[in-house]
Ligand binder design. Structure first.
Ligand code: TYM
Length: 347
């Protein structure tokens, strides 16, 4: 089947996958493969912007590719690959380094968080790659002229920057694009797909922090590979207030931890928050938490089992990633050839 819209998204192999990655990204990738042409990448070149042990980097790369498939992505429908097997990502990333402005990068909150505030107090410690990371991310997306990008909330700012880079490239090279026979813009300005109840899954221990791969407290994060007992234990110990659940979404205002757990329930069950509260409104945590634990295990356990099976066959995983990279390259190569001509590189 041929589709008119193309989707690209990626996950960094820099830690164990967690519930936030699943609900904010992977779970939402799956239905798109029936309505769009889809490319889902394991962005290993992004991962090394902070130090990665090479053995872990490989393990996590396979694990993410396995999670994609275990969660329902079909490698025949979706192009599944790791970024470093398609070298054009780096080439276009460099060109975008020359399109993007230093000031744009300096405003990225993720960089400021890692480099230590506005002044970048830690900037002697962080890599140059970490600073330039958003232009590589723009290259990932625009190399395929993707029109839609499903991500969680924390990536929205990087997507805005991708849009700015696409617009600036189209503007700066307008004359050449026309001279080479282009009718309008060379790059599309991609749309961010980030709506739903679990776009920012919070830490189970602190409703003001997002669930992340690098949280110091293991009890704050549900990992995709956690077993049923551990998932139940983490949910049981999740921080909450003492009040009963409200009967509609508005009643969750100012109750970050409660909002988080209800959002997770809604997302895992494909229901709206209001619908979930229609069922649990007036109940206490003693009822809600066990129900959430059961639901989480019912959804996550089969995925974890399938992930384990898939990663144990590295030969098969290598075949899938190699085939995905070859298909990705057939889209990337003509786009890159166009970019080289537009920029004025002799070839
Ligand atoms: P990464 O690897 O940090 O996260 C992968 C995806 O998971 C989402 N996510 C969450 N969603 C909800 N709640 C959370 N607590 C949570 N934590 C993570 C992220 O929003 C993301 O969608 N820069 C990207 C990877 C990337 C990319 C791309 C994404 C590189 N190139 C091109 C899209 C398109 C990143 O570091 O994601």
């Amino acid at each position: 089947m041929t589709f008119t819209q193309r989707v690209f998204s990626g996950i960094k192999p820099s830690g164990d996958l967690h519930l936030g990655n699943y609900l904010g990204a992977i779970r939402r990738f799956v239905p798109l493969q029936d309505t769009h042409e889809t490319l889902y990448c394991v962005v290993d070149m992004h991962a090394i912007t902070v130090w990665q042990d090479p053995v872990d980097l490989k393990r996590w790369t396979y694990e993410i590719a396995a999670a994609y498939i275990a969660a329902g992505l079909d490698p025949r429908k979706s192009i599944i690959f790791n970024q470093s097997q398609v070298v054009e990502h780096a080439e276009l990333g460099w060109i975008f380094n020359c399109v993007a402005r230093v000031g744009w990068m300096s405003r990225m909150t993720q960089f400021k968080d890692k480099a230590g505030g506005e002044g970048g107090e830690n900037s002697e410690q962080v890599s140059l790659g970490l600073y330039a990371y958003p232009s590589l991310m723009a290259a990932d997306i625009l190399l395929y002229k993707a029109t839609a990008v499903p991500v969680g909330d924390d990536q929205k700012q990087h997507l805005e920057l991708t849009r700015d880079i696409a617009k600036k490239f189209n503007h700066d090279y307008k004359k050449q694009i026309k001279a080479l026979g282009g009718k309008g813009d060379f790059f599309p300005v991609p749309e961010t797909l980030a709506t739903g109840p679990a776009m920012r899954v919070k830490s189970l221990k602190d409703g003001s922090k997002k669930m992340s791969k690098s949280d110091a407290s293991d009890m704050s994060t549900i990992y995709m590979m956690d077993d049923a007992d551990l998932i139940a234990k983490k949910i049981k110990r999740a921080t909450t207030d003492a009040d009963a659940l409200p009967s509609e979404a508005a009643g969750l205002a100012g109750r970050a931890e409660a909002e988080n757990l209800v959002g997770i329930y809604a997302s895992l069950s494909n229901r709206s928050v209001d619908d979930v509260l229609g069922e649990f409104g007036g109940q206490g945590w003693g009822v809600f938490k066990p129900a959430l634990a059961d639901l989480s295990v019912a959804v996550l356990a089969p995925i974890a089992d399938e992930m384990k099976r898939l990663v144990s066959d590295r030969g098969e995983m290598d075949n899938i990633l190699r085939d995905g990279a070859a298909r990705a390259r057939t889209i990337a190569e003509p786009v890159m050839a166009g970019v080289r001509d537009i920029v004025g590189f002799v070839r």
